[in-house]
Design a protein around this ligand. Structure first.
Ligand code: IPE
Ligand code: IPE
Ligand code: MG
Length: 247
């Protein structure tokens, strides 16, 4: 691995944590055990991201489509955030991490929702890394929800359709302060976005890792960032324009 440039760490890293089921199946374990192993990987990667100075880390923990999985698997997946926050909250507070969440919380079981809300509240003054859990999240759903809020504001005369632009619209998304994604990592080898951050990942650099999520660790995150640092982000410009620094 070439050296990581600590002054060029991506501001916002988002991760599609995929491969828990395959990891478990390969070991003759249940899918739920795979998800438990996935939580250990979350712990490690969160610590590593904090140590690297990543400002925003968004983790895709459960998609709107994942509600269609078998009941017992969904039940485990809803139980895990409770266990995770129970154990990790004191350390998050100490580290100054601010926990946030995007997604449709109305669908979460009351216990899961309460723990999540407590974690968000107890860390709200955290000045360091923003750790966002996408839980019961879908990118299309988020955009529709934003449109609904916007229409309500329009009804109340608070928004003029002529003044609507991308920035105004983005303020209606689940977490308005969240910056665009710089680096989007998907573990488990599949090359798809699976309804994650459709708006904020518009110009993300995408990195697919074959590693299954429970096996993903600090060195894999560092490798992903190294690869990111070798990319040229062109935003529609030519390479020559980018190199000459024109906007
Ligand atoms: C990702 O692992 C976790 C969630 C989707 C909740 P999977 O459970 O999708 O694992 P695979 O893709 O079946 O291996
Ligand atoms: C995406 O993984 C969702 C999460 C990692 C939470 P999936 O396993 O649900 O995605 P697909 O079904 O393979 O696209
Ligand atoms: Mg999967």
């Amino acid at each position: 691995m070439s050296a990581l440039q600590l002054d060029r760490i991506p501001h916002h890293v988002a991760v599609i944590m995929d491969g828990n089921g395959r990891w478990a199946e390969a070991r003759g374990m249940s899918r739920s055990e795979g998800h438990r192993a996935g939580v250990d990987a979350v712990r490690k990667v969160v610590r590593a991201a904090d140590a690297l100075g990543i400002e925003w880390l968004t983790l895709y923990a459960f998609s709107s489509e994942n509600w269609n999985r078998p009941k017992d698997e969904v039940a485990t997946l809803m139980q895990l955030p409770e266990e995770y926050f129970e154990e990790e909250l004191p350390e998050a507070i100490e580290r100054g991490t601010r926990i946030l969440s995007i997604g449709n919380h109305d669908r979460l079981p009351p216990g899961t929702r309460r723990t999540l809300e407590k974690a968000i509240e107890r860390t709200q003054d955290g000045p360091k890394m923003r750790l966002v859990f996408a839980l019961s999240y879908g990118g299309r759903g988020e955009i529709v929800e934003a449109a609904r809020r916007l229409l309500r504001d329009h009804e109340q005369g608070r928004i003029d359709p002529e003044s609507l632009d991308e920035k105004t619209f983005a303020a209606y998304l689940d977490e308005p302060d969240m910056p665009d994604v710089d680096l989007l990592i998907r573990t488990g080898g599949e090359s798809r976005i699976s309804n994650f951050l459709l708006w904020k990942a518009a110009y993300a650099e995408i990195l697919i890792s074959d590693r299954l999520w429970p096996d993903f660790e600090r060195k894999d995150l560092e490798q992903a960032i190294c690869d990111y640092q070798k990319r040229e982000r062109r935003y529609g410009l030519t390479s020559a324009q980018v190199r000459s620094g024109s906007k």
